[in-house]
Write a protein that binds this ligand. Structure first.
Ligand SMILES: Nc1ncnc2c1ncn2[C@@H]1O[C@H](COP(=O)(O)OP(=O)(O)OP(=O)(O)O)[C@@H](O)[C@H]1O
Length: 305
């Protein structure tokens, strides 16, 4: 596997406040990694460290094997970065701004037009070259922010809250773009929204108070055909386990049960079997994955058991 980013024992202090502590993570080629955490968890600080804007207090960041602290120019050449607020200049037109960014990236003069054309094409801005940035919608500004980040075809793309403030339609479009871009590089993005990360990422790292709480593959984090029910009447786990669609049942709390269904069965089969058995069905919800449980526990949403 192609490891694009390797972070080892990273920490950062601001004065006496330890904002990030012992962060370890890896990014592989083709992967979209979500850095998920509530406000103030340290996501932006982590991404600023990864992009080389901020120096770590301790720890090491390698970009394609290059040490970001020792070989910053070469390592940063492999990085594209979209900060929380896209660094666009409202008084410029899209083409002017991207040309300016390409110059900052030291793109050879004869390659600038082609780089600007390709970045606009990837980000759905092909018809917007002459538009004044001040007049672009939030979604288009975000696209422009991504376009400046990919102008030099970086192998690693760092996106800080890329869909923040977008409407649902713009969000869906941007997620599609992120997935497309990941075909040629690796992407780390931050978000405080679990569904956002579930929709676009392959892997998630949950940060809380500057520490990694979970590093998990999202494909491995599907709870499967497992359901939570709340029942009235004389319910017990043995009785539930005897129902035709049920492979196993465990009691959780006073009236709650976690129920594992056979592969071919669905929630409707379970509901029918419970009611036909004479039990009162008070609640039936899909079981949360480990990821959902860790995340909701951290942000303080209580589990109903
Ligand atoms: N330059 C700075 N100087 C001092 N403290 C800072 C600085 N930057 C961040 N912090 C502090 O570090 C902590 C983490 O902030 P950070 O912006 O990294 O979190 P975040 O997870 O990105 O939050 P949000 O989702 O609200 O953007 C906060 O307590 C913040 O006040």
């Amino acid at each position: 596997m192609d490891t694009l980013v390797r972070v080892t024992d990273l920490s950062r202090r601001f004065g006496r406040q330890l904002v990030l502590s012992d962060v370890n993570l890896c990014l592989q080629k083709g992967e979209v990694l979500g850095l998920l955490g509530p406000n103030g968890a340290g996501k932006t600080t982590c991404l600023r460290l990864l992009s080389g804007l901020l120096a770590p207090t301790t720890g090491r960041i390698e970009i394609e094997g290059m040490d970001l602290a020792r070989d910053p120019i070469r390592a940063k050449a492999a990085l594209g970065y979209l900060p929380e607020r896209p660094p666009v200049h409202p008084e410029l037109r899209v083409d002017e701004y991207l040309t300016y960014c390409a110059r900052l990236r030291r793109t050879p003069k004869r390659e600038i037009d082609e780089a600007v054309f390709a970045a606009k094409d990837r980000c759905g801005l092909s018809n917007s070259g002459g538009r004044l940035i001040a007049k672009l919608s939030k979604g288009y500004r975000q696209r422009l922010g991504i376009a400046q980040a990919i102008l030099h075809k970086p192998r690693v793309l760092i996106l800080d809250e890329p869909t923040e403030g977008l409407d649902p339609f713009q969000m869906r479009e941007l997620r599609g773009l992120i997935r497309e871009l990941a075909e040629n590089c690796g992407i780390i993005l931050s978000s405080h929204l679990l569904p956002e990360v579930q929709a676009v990422c392959d892997r998630v790292v949950i940060l809380h108070e500057g520490r990694v709480q979970l590093d998990a593959d999202l494909a491995d984090n599907q709870p499967g055909n497992v359901w939570r029910v709340k029942l009235g009447g004389q319910a017990n786990a043995e009785r539930l386990a005897d129902l035709p669609p049920v492979a196993g049942a465990v009691a959780i709390g006073a009236e709650g049960f976690q129920i594992d269904l056979f592969e071919e069965a669905g929630s409707a089969d379970l509901a029918r079997a419970i009611v036909e058995d004479g039990l009162d069905l008070l609640e039936l919800v899909p079981e949360r994955s480990d990821l959902e449980r860790v995340f909701f526990d951290l942000i303080g949403v209580e589990e109903t058991t």
